[in-house]
Design a protein around this ligand. Structure first.
Ligand SMILES: [Zn+2]
Ligand SMILES: [Zn+2]
Length: 112
């Protein structure tokens, strides 16, 4: 009896691994990467970080895009003031009155 149980368990764990692998590859295909500063969409992190960002905090094109590490959402919330917008690009188009650098000294920044 014990021997049969072991066999069953082994088959079960392989099925879990297979399912996880399939899920991972499926979600990897669909995943988009967004810049936290400008909201531009990229197909890979390497293409995101190879370009310069128009909305970089140091000035337009003064630095590279920064990966937004949160998940894709229907609404994005500024982590400083709580303003909401339906895309990162529209959220970061405005300046934030509660920005840590000072009143309107920087753009809204999406919370993760
Ligand atoms: Zn950018
Ligand atoms: Zn804000």
């Amino acid at each position: 009896m014990k021997h049969i149980d072991m066999k069953k368990r082994k088959a079960g764990s392989w099925l879990v691994i297979l399912t996880l692998t399939l899920l991972c590859s499926a979600s990897a295909d669909k995943k988009n990467y967004y810049c936290e500063y400008c909201g531009q969409k990229f197909a890979s992190v390497s293409s995101l970080t190879s370009g310069r960002c128009q909305r970089h905090p140091d000035g337009a094109f003064k630095g590279r895009h920064k990966l937004y590490e949160g998940t894709e959402k229907e609404k994005y919330t500024c982590k400083y003031c709580g303003m909401q917008s339906n895309s990162i690009s529209s959220l970061t188009s405005g300046r934030c009155q509660k920005h840590p650098n000072g009143y309107f000294k920087g753009r809204h920044t999406p919370a993760l």
